[in-house]
Design a protein around this ligand. Structure first.
Ligand code: PSV
Ligand code: MN
Ligand code: MN
Length: 388
C-alpha cells in the first residue's frame, strides 16, 4: 500500500500526553507491587515523561494530578519541565479519596462538603494559571449504593451548580474536560455515568466545557467509535483517556486488549480531520502499570496509539466513499479491513528515522542505561495514590 507523504508528516506531528501517575507505584485494592527506581516526587515523574518523549518524539506533555503532584511552586515545576523538554498538560482534580467524600463530593447532600470539593476544583484552576495548562480534567466518583439513598435529581442539580461555579472561574484559554464512568466506586447510581450525561452538562455550561472519553469507562460491548463520531459532530469531544479494559476500569496499556477498537476510534478521528493539535482534542493516556516495567509500558502504549493512527491514515478515503455511495457493503468493509491488516511498523520506523530518533524506542530505552540509573539513584518511590 502506497503511503502518502502527508501521512508521514501527520504521524511525525502526532501528540500523545502521558500521565504522571503512570510512572509511580500503583496496584489493585489488594496489593501495590513496588518497583525499584520509580519516581519519588513530581520532578522525577516529569524526568521519566521527558525520557518517553525523547525516545518517541510524540509525547511532549505530561498530565499532573492534584494532590498527588502538589508542590510549593508550580511555575518552578513548569520551568523544570521545559528544561527537560516537555510541558505540563492537563490538571487532574481529585475529589475521590478524602473520607469526607464518602457520600459524594460536589453532589454530597451536605453543603459544607460540597464547598470543600468545589474549593479543591478552584485550586486546580489556580494551578493551571501557574503551569499554563489549558485543561482541567474532572472525574467524579460521586454516586449512591442503594435505592433511596439520595435524591437522584437533586444530585444532578448540585452537580450543575458546582460545575457552573468552576466553569465561570476558567480563563479565556482554559477548558473543562468532564469525564464519565459507568460505575465504581458507586454501584447503584453514578452521577456522571455516561457520555450523554457529560454532554448534557457540557452543553449547558458553554463552549469551554467538553467531554473526555476514557476508553475503559464503558459497559462491555459499547460502541465507543459511535460516541466519538457523535461528539465530533457536536463539537463536544475534548479529550481521550486511553487505556484497555478486559473487565472493568482495568487501566491496562491502550491497544493491548482490543487494537481493532483503537483503530476504529482513530479512524473516526482521522476521517473528521481531528488529529492535528489545532483541532483541540487531547490524546492522553490514563493507565497504571502494576506488574510490568513502567517506562517501557508507557512507550509501548504510545507506539500502540501510533500504529492505530497509521492504519487509520492508510484507509483509502476515495475508495471507501465510492463503496458507501454505491451501497457496496462488503467493498466498504474491505477498504477498512485492508488498512487495518497493513503492517505499519516499517512505516513508523521510517518516520522515526526521519525525525532523528531511534526507530525502535523500546530497544533504545533498554540500551540507554536510564533504568539502571534511576534504580541506583531513587530509593523509596511513591505510590501513585490509589490501590493501597
Ligand atoms: C479513576 O477511574 C480514574 O482512572 C479516572 O479515569 C481519572 O481520569 C483518573 O482516575 C485520574 O484521576
Ligand atoms: Mn480517566
Ligand atoms: Mn479510570
Amino acid at each position: 500500500m502506497a503511503v502518502p507523504t502527508a501521512a508521514r508528516a501527520t504521524l511525525a506531528q502526532q501528540r500523545i500526553e502521558t500521565p504522571s501517575w503512570a510512572y509511580a507505584n500503583s496496584g489493585t485494592r489488594f496489593k501495590v507491587f513496588a518497583q525499584p527506581g520509580v519516581p519519588r516526587d513530581p520532578w522525577e515523574k516529569i524526568a521519566d515523561a521527558a525520557t518517553v518523549h525523547r525516545l518517541t518524539g510524540v509525547a511532549p506533555t505530561v498530565a499532573l494530578h492534584i494532590p498527588w503532584d502538589r508542590v510549593e511552586d508550580y511555575a518552578k515545576l513548569s520551568a523544570y519541565a521545559a528544561e527537560q523538554g516537555v510541558e505540563l498538560g492537563a490538571i487532574n482534580s481529585n475529589v475521590f479519596q478524602d473520607p469526607d467524600y464518602k457520600l459524594g463530593s460536589v453532589t454530597n447532600p451536605d453543603a459544607r462538603i460540597r464547598r470543600k470539593a468545589i474549593d479543591h476544583l478552584l485550586e486546580c484552576v489556580d494551578v493551571m494559571d501557574a503551569t499554563g495548562s489549558r485543561d482541567l480534567k474532572l472525574w467524579f466518583s460521586d454516586g449512591t449504593n442503594y435505592p433511596g439513598q439520595d435524591n437522584i435529581r437533586a444530585r444532578q442539580d448540585r452537580l450543575a451548580e458546582a460545575l457552573r461555579e468552576v466553569y465561570d472561574r476558567l480563563g479565556d484559554d482554559q477548558r473543562m474536560l468532564l469525564e464519565y464512568k459507568l460505575f465504581e466506586p458507586a454501584f447503584y447510581t453514578t452521577d456522571v455515568p455516561d457520555w450523554g450525561t457529560s454532554y448534557a452538562h457540557c452543553v449547558e455550561l458553554g463552549e469551554k466545557a467538553t467531554v473526555c472519553i476514557d476508553t475503559g469507562h464503558h459497559a462491555p460491548g459499547t460502541n465507543i467509535e459511535f460516541i466519538v463520531a457523535f461528539l465530533l459532530r457536536a463539537n463536544k469531544l475534548g479529550a481521550f483517556d486511553f487505556n484497555s479494559r478486559f473487565y472493568a476500569d482495568d487501566d491496562l496499556m491502550v491497544g493491548a486488549a482490543d487494537p481493532f477498537q483503537l483503530f476504529r476510534i482513530m479512524y473516526e478521528i482521522v476521517s473528521a480531520g481531528a488529529l492535528a493539535p489545532e483541532a483541540g482534542i487531547a490524546f492522553m493516556l490514563d493507565q497504571c502499570h502494576n506488574i510490568e516495567a513502567k517506562i517501557p509500558a508507557i512507550i509501548r502504549s504510545v507506539l500502540n496509539v501510533q500504529e492505530a493512527t497509521a492504519k487509520a491514515l492508510l484507509v483509502d478515503a476515495d475508495a471507501l466513499a465510492a463503496a458507501q455511495r454505491s451501497g457496496d457493503v462488503l467493498g466498504a468493509n474491505a477498504v477498512l479491513m485492508d488498512a487495518y491488516a497493513t503492517d505499519v511498523r516499517p512505516l513508523l520506523r521510517e518516520v522515526r528515522a526521519d525525525m532523528g530518533i531511534d526507530p525502535d524506542p523500546i530497544a533504545a530505552y533498554h540500551a540507554s542505561g536510564y533504568q539502571k540509573r534511576i534504580e541506583a539513584d531513587r530509593v523509596g518511590g511513591t505510590q501513585a495514590g490509589w490501590g493501597a
